[in-house]
Design a protein. Structure first.
Length: 268
């Protein structure tokens, strides 16, 4: 792929599509570096190509249209995407948690970032189906750090993103009630709602939503418009979306038409 910041939109999009077809997918940060244009320009290009049906957006980039809805990156791969945004979101989301609360954290790298901000809050009960999230509290306990939260790990079958899903996880979650759910998502869409590429994880997330007093989606701005294979909730079922300052103003307006509250974390 050539390095040329003066390419016309049509030329850029042709090169992007060629790259997707050759490698099966592209990442936004790589395209901005190689084409010498802004992050927002690349995202507009991907939006245009997605509308044309020749690729589909996924978190941090795009993949060929026939693989997008079932594409599930591993935990390490997802951790490398938008790390600063995840920290900003986690810091703001943690302020929603009161001492003594029963809090659920679904799987995801943003909920993992959030867990590190919760270890100092007194008398928490934490329900999670995320092995990495559970490890955050276990490591803090071994170090003698934090306030010693009670952690309930749901059990279940492990996914590529290190979440536990399936009947065991679903049954555990159904038996519990918690004040607040922090929900990581593969994508948010006005049409498809909250979605994931993993069908079993969709059912587990659905159980989380049904057991929560308040549902808070924690997801950076690149998740907007992304659609996974399986929808597990409508946007209106979420009470709050905590996202980062990269969210375009027009997207924020569109999101507020369907979500009760959109909280944009200030850039650090």
């Amino acid at each position: 792929m050539t390095d040329n910041s003066n390419l016309l939109a049509e030329q850029r999009r042709s090169l992007i599509l060629e790259e997707v077809r050759r490698h099966g997918g592209v990442r936004v940060n790589e395209l901005t570096r190689r084409l010498g244009v802004s992050d927002m320009t690349i995202r507009r290009d991907l939006d245009a190509l997605a509308r044309a049906g020749v690729l589909e957006k996924v978190h941090g980039g795009a993949v060929a249209a026939d693989t997008a809805r079932t594409h599930e990156p591993g935990f390490e791969a997802k951790s490398a995407l938008e790390p600063s945004a995840k920290e900003e979101i986690a810091r703001v989301a943690a302020a929603l948690v009161a001492p003594g609360s029963a809090v659920a954290l679904s799987g995801g790298t943003t909920t993992y970032a959030l867990a590190r901000y919760l270890i100092g809050i007194e008398e928490l009960t934490v329900v999670t189906n995320s092995v990495p999230v559970s490890d955050v509290f276990e490591q803090a306990r071994r170090r003698g750090d934090g306030a010693g939260a009670t952690v309930v790990l749901t059990g279940g079958v492990r996914t590529p993103s290190d979440s536990l899903v399936g009947p065991v996880a679903d049954r555990t979650i159904r038996s519990l009630r918690f004040d607040l759910l922090f929900l990581g998502v593969h994508g948010l869409s006005p049409r498809a709602g909250l979605s994931t590429p993993n069908i079993a994880e969709a059912e587990t997330n659905r159980q989380f939503v049904e057991s929560a007093g308040r549902v808070v989606v924690v997801a950076d701005h690149t998740k907007w418009g992304v659609v996974g294979l399986s929808t597990f909730a409508e946007l209106a079922e979420a009470d709050t979306w905590v996202t980062d300052a990269g969210l375009p103003a027009d997207v924020a307006r569109a999101a507020r038409e369907q979500l009760r509250e959109v909280v944009v974390a200030p850039a650090g």
